[in-house]
Design a protein around this ligand. Sequence first.
Ligand code: SF4
Length: 461
Amino acid sequence: MARKYLIETFGCQMNVHDSERMAGLLEQAGFEATEEAAEADVVVINTCSVRERAEEKLYTRLGELRLMAAEHGHDPIVAVAGCVAQQEGAAILKRSAGVADVVLGTQAIRRLPMLVEQAATTRRPLVDLDPFEDVTFPLGVTRRSDPVKAYVTIIEGCNEFCSFCVVPYTRGHERMRPLADILGEVREAADSGRREVQLLGQIVNHYEAPDVPGCDFAGLLEAVHEISGIERIRFASPHPRHVSPRLLSAMARLPKVCRHLHLPVQSGSTRVLESMRRRYTRESYLDLVGRIRGSLPGVALSTDMIVGFPGETAADFDDTLSLTAAVRFQCMFSFKYSPRPNTLAEKRLADDVAEGEKTRRIVALQALQRSIQSGLHDALVGQTVDVLVDGASRRLDTELSGRTSQNVVVNLPGPQAWIGRTLAVTLERAGAHSVWGRAVAGDRDTGPAAPGDPADGEGRA
Ligand code: SF4
């Protein structure tokens, strides 16, 4: 009987994609996936250290695995991967009191099967934290978990050293992946039926192809746009400092590139931005937003925001609220500041905003954002939009879910056979987080039966 593996992923899309790679490597080594720790021979916990809470989740989970071993005698090989592994190294072995068998850094993914075999044979703990290396990964290994979207890494690491951020320490300096590798992986994703590609990197718009002189991120978008089978191109995340006129012109010209930009701002106060080492100001960010909206009509913007950064006064926070109100983001990921190990802010700045005040600020910011989002969603009701159906809705078995080009989540009734199709959907109802609609008759796609298709027998919307 084949041995089984379980991978649990905390954190961002980069981590989700790393988990897809580790799953592919373990399957190549003869393992089969399982959803249950109780039947897994190997449990991989792929960690994130961008937020403190994600790190706490690791130790809680290790405690649960320790209990499973003590109470039920099931003691799988436990490997801790990702940013916390890179950062903490052997300290994880000590803190986990013998539960973790392998700690592998962000560069050691390819050696996972070998490390697991070694640990299983010797039952001695192993730590592999090799230095950061070039970004290459063999094609055909990744086991993609999403039938519609494919994540493709284009850059690893970051050289910006924002004062709050742990990424340059856990993912290393910026390394660009060769254009030929990226295009090969996108073609492979298209050939396996994926309709959308999401290009990933810490600062995607800093991309410069190491193998094609002069090819920047706009050039990469043009090249990916040529690949048939791919209908939509998204990317995360661009840095406001590197949004060039060339990028905006490419986005305006290339219809497959979605009308959505995730543009992390982090604060609305120039004073705080300076202390964060973001190297733009409130004014230059707002100016950029104006230029983006001028070049890309109908574009949706989303962002990341931190509240309670060291030294953030009530007036600074008011700047964050007023910037939020001025830009009217489609979506926002907001967090209370917590010092991350090794960062400049942790070493040099006192975490001086009281916890209660951080909570008050985040509640106020999230309430404002919710009302903006609801208003933007309400304005969509009555419109007919193209939706790429990407899965079953989380709420109901009979409901599907998809996204517009602007990344708005749309729920609609319909059969599972529509997953992977782009449908015209008339929007009927709006909520704070998503909208609801129905596919219209006469849909132009050529996949399984949709409303208005002659063959449409059941599941009419
Ligand atoms: S740009 Fe700043 S926040 Fe983003 S990954 Fe780099 S250091 Fe972190």
